[in-house]
Write a protein of this length. Structure first.
Length: 547
């Protein structure tokens, strides 16, 4: 499940004052071929502005030690194609160990916090006046489902934002409205704000922000001279593990007087008689997986901000009584919530559902899987002969295709033997029977060019395997204009991806394919051609129908 961003944005801003403030932050360029190092480059910019001599390699060496996923590689080692190096990896815009907050504290004793929202011009001026540059995370609208980080270093005439962009290492100006939201480029998703810490007693000591339990703390960065530690959740009592919403529970097995608080997203949520102000804490944003209803006297106050977020298939319903006051901001969004919703509960009820029939151009899929960290599965035919199997690491909630019938499928009954491992240590195993229809030896050969194995491991280099014909398929096809491209070679082997209509006009084109999900902007219904030009010169074409 990929990200789907911003559907509706209604807002009225007040008159901007004519203040001007600029900080002389250094220009910092992302190291050559380190295409995912924008966050460490922004951290280097802030640290150097605070007179701390640091570079991105030192930052990434620390991240490599603290955040697993970089292997035993030297992140400062120069190799010909570093964009494929394991160290060309993202740094989390978060308070995780090895994340942006941790980097600033580790190298500069700079305390900071992250707001999962944008800041108004008054807040920007306030930070700059306090000699605090801001690091901003943009979600990008370039089809890559990726993000980018920049540093706000100035504001002119109360509205024109000056920022340092590590892609190019220069400074640029944008009006606040365009910096905040450019439908062709980006959306301001989150902000890192530097905060004061002290050993003099006039605010929380610096050790309260250092990702350790030290000083007089009684918990992780809390207690003693830090802010109070949150009370432990009450132990489950009664029927808090029966997977039924009962006994006054707020949601299934959580909330109410007797069960632990609900830490994960409900499917449906109704908000009423609420007033929202800015800054609005991200943890209290209005979130659900299916539907959110706002009714009665729900109000976004002047200069306030409310964010209603659902999953891709969710909906926002506004009933009589909802209003946004002049100067307030109301946003509805549809986006992948997996990065926010995987708060591991003590007890897991839902394990997803499976297809009963697999047909050509379809797949055996596991739907609505929550909190899994690994799936191990094997598929057998009626004679218990092994057909296909895989072990997959899971890092999100959602839908997972398991098998598309190739290779070797013919009509008949099959068995799925599956073990699912969950974030809380629980594991379930089961056997599941399903039916394959529409396959035979002839249809398999017929469909093979359109449906290569979905999960064939890619070659280790940037070119398709010499023993396999380069191939790709479009899933689903037909589609509404959003689809996935599954290849039997790495995406880095693609030099150009273009989509044309029947008249030959190009409706989409990119030379950097960073994700296998493509989303067309307002496509007309009809037939299109997806043209893929590989770096070795090979040209692949598939027909696609937009319904």
């Amino acid at each position: 499940m990929k990200k789907y961003i911003l559907l509706l944005f209604l807002g009225i801003t007040g008159t901007l004052n004519a203040q001007t403030k600029e900080l002389e932050v250094p220009n910092v360029n992302v190291y050559p071929l380190r295409t995912k190092w924008c966050v460490p480059a922004c951290a280097e910019c802030v640290l150097r502005y605070k007179k701390i001599n640091i570079d991105q390699c030192k930052i990434m060496k620390y991240v490599q030690e603290e955040a697993p996923g970089y292997g035993g590689f030297n992140c400062c080692e120069e190799i010909p194609n570093f964009s494929q190096h394991p160290c060309n990896n993202i740094v989390l815009f978060s308070n995780a160990k090895g994340g942006l907050i941790d980097i600033l504290m580790h190298f500069g004793n700079i305390a900071s916090k992250i707001w999962e929202n944008s800041l108004g011009t008054d807040e920007i001026i306030k930070n700059l006046t306090n000699d605090y540059p801001l690091i901003v995370s943009w979600d990008l609208y370039d089809g890559s489902n990726s993000a980018h980080a920049v540093v706000i270093c100035g504001i002119k005439n109360g509205d024109l934002i000056k920022y340092m962009d590590p892609n190019g290492g220069g400074k640029f100006d944008l009006p606040w409205s365009e910096f905040h939201y450019d439908p062709e480029h980006h959306w301001w998703r989150a902000t890192l704000e530097i905060i004061a810490c002290s050993s003099r007693g006039d605010c929380y000591p610096c050790h309260c922000y250092n990702f350790e339990t030290d000083g007089d703390e009684t918990g992780y960065n809390c207690g003693g001279s830090c802010w109070a530690c949150p009370p432990p959740p009450p132990p489950p009592t009664g029927n808090c593990t029966d997977c039924v919403k009962n006994n006054g529970e707020s949601e299934i097995d959580c909330g109410g007087k007797n069960c632990p608080p609900c830490t994960d997203l409900p499917k449906e949520l109704t908000i009423e008689n609420k007033e929202y102000y800015d800054p609005y804490p991200y943890d209290a944003r209005i979130r659900a997986t299916k539907k959110i209803t706002a009714k009665d006297n729900t109000t976004v106050k002047s200069k306030g901000e409310a964010n209603y977020i659902t999953e891709e298939e969710g909906s926002i319903v506004l009933l009589s009584g909802f209003k946004v006051e002049r100067g307030g901001t109301f946003r509805t969004q549809m986006r992948d919530l997996s990065e926010y919703s995987r708060i591991c509960p003590e007890w897991i009820c839902e394990t997803g559902s499976l297809d009963k029939i697999v047909r050509p151009r379809g797949a055996l899929g596991l739907y609505d899987l929550l909190y899994a960290v690994k799936i191990e599965y094997k598929i057998y035919d009626e004679q218990e002969r092994f057909v296909y199997g895989e072990t997959r690491a899971i890092t999100r909630n959602g839908y997972f295709p398991l098998w598309n019938g190739t290779p070797g499928a013919i009509e008949g009954t099959y068995w799925l033997s599956c073990s699912i491992y969950f974030c809380n240590g629980m594991m379930i195993s089961f056997r599941y029977q399903f039916v394959v229809k529409g396959y035979s030896k002839s249809t398999e050969a017929s469909y093979t060019p359109e449906t290569p194995p979905l999960f064939s491991p890619p070659p280790s280099n940037d070119t398709p395997s010499a023993t396999a014909t380069p191939n790709f398929t479009i899933i689903p096809n037909p589609n509404p204009g959003t689809f996935q491209i599954e290849t039997n070679f790495p995406l880095s082997a693609i030099g150009n991806l273009k989509i044309t209509n029947l008249m030959g006009a190009t409706v989409y084109e990119t030379q950097k394919v960073a994700s296998n999900t493509v989303q067309l902007q307002n496509p007309a219904k009809g037939t299109y051609f997806v043209v893929m030009i590989l770096k070795d010169g090979a040209v692949l074409t598939r027909k696609m129908v937009v319904q």
